[in-house]
Design a protein around this ligand. Structure first.
Ligand SMILES: [Mg+2]
Length: 236
């Protein structure tokens, strides 16, 4: 877990009387917060070149959201540790190709201003996730990444650990993801789920509420009613 110094994010640990009362939003990173597909394409290209792996990116991409070693096992790639090293180094070299999705930052800051707690749950290692999240500013109270305790997605562990970090209840939480494994993890954690249709995958079944653009999240989360603009002096 990493914490930010953002003054808007107050840990419930300092306010035990409110523990569990605030609503929280957990978010996947790749395909939800940032468009990292160009980074992943370059990294996978490096893997194919250096390790003679005959697997198209489109095949790799189908398993996004799972821990890297799990994906390698599913693709039949045997030397996963060396492959991961190459993938990780190339990912860092091409990290500048990642971009936040349009509207994401505004939505996050709107939710923080309305009292929501935010956390990131990703299968990306923290050393690669942190610089990308820094592009979005400060609103995250917790980041649960690959290599931490517990099992990776689709297991519920990282979602539940993020909720522990936030001192938040599953019943007050929603997870936004873009892959069927995200949906499964949310179901197993007892957390509501919203599918980000601007991402890289399909939502799985049963069909969950779907946001077609980041701003749709405000409506789905019941925060669309404040969406002005309000005029100075109006009676709204
Ligand atoms: Mg994703």
């Amino acid at each position: 877990m990493i914490s930010t110094p953002c003054s808007a994010m107050q840990s419930s640990h300092t306010h035990p009387a409110h523990c569990g009362a605030q609503r929280s939003l957990l978010l996947d990173l790749d395909g939800v917060l940032l468009d990292t597909r160009p980074v992943m394409q370059e990294a996978w290209h490096a893997v194919r070149q250096h390790h003679c792996v005959d697997v198209q990116f489109e095949q790799y991409e189908q398993h996004l959201g799972r821990p890297f070693n799990d994906i390698m096992r599913r693709l039949g790639v045997t030397n996963a540790e060396a492959v991961h090293q190459t993938y990780s180094e190339a990912s860092k070299a091409f990290a500048h190709l990642a971009r936040p999705f349009e509207g994401v930052e505004e939505v996050l800051h709107t939710l923080v201003a309305r009292g929501w707690l935010l956390a990131v749950v990703t299968s990306k290692p923290l050393d690669r996730a942190a610089p990308l999240l820094a592009q979005l500013g400060c609103p995250f109270g917790s980041v649960r990444a690959a290599g931490g305790p517990g099992r990776g997605k689709p297991a519920p562990d990282p979602l539940l650990l993020a909720l522990v970090d936030l001192c938040a209840d599953p019943a007050q939480a929603t997870f936004v993801g873009d892959m069927a494994v995200d949906h499964e993890a949310a179901q197993r954690a007892g957390v509501a789920y919203v599918h980000a249709a601007w991402g890289y995958g399909s939502p799985g079944t049963p069909v969950p509420p779907t946001a077609h653009a980041p701003h749709d999240l405000l409506q789905i989360l019941g925060e669309g009613r404040h969406s002005g603009p309000f005029l100075e002096g109006s009676l709204l």
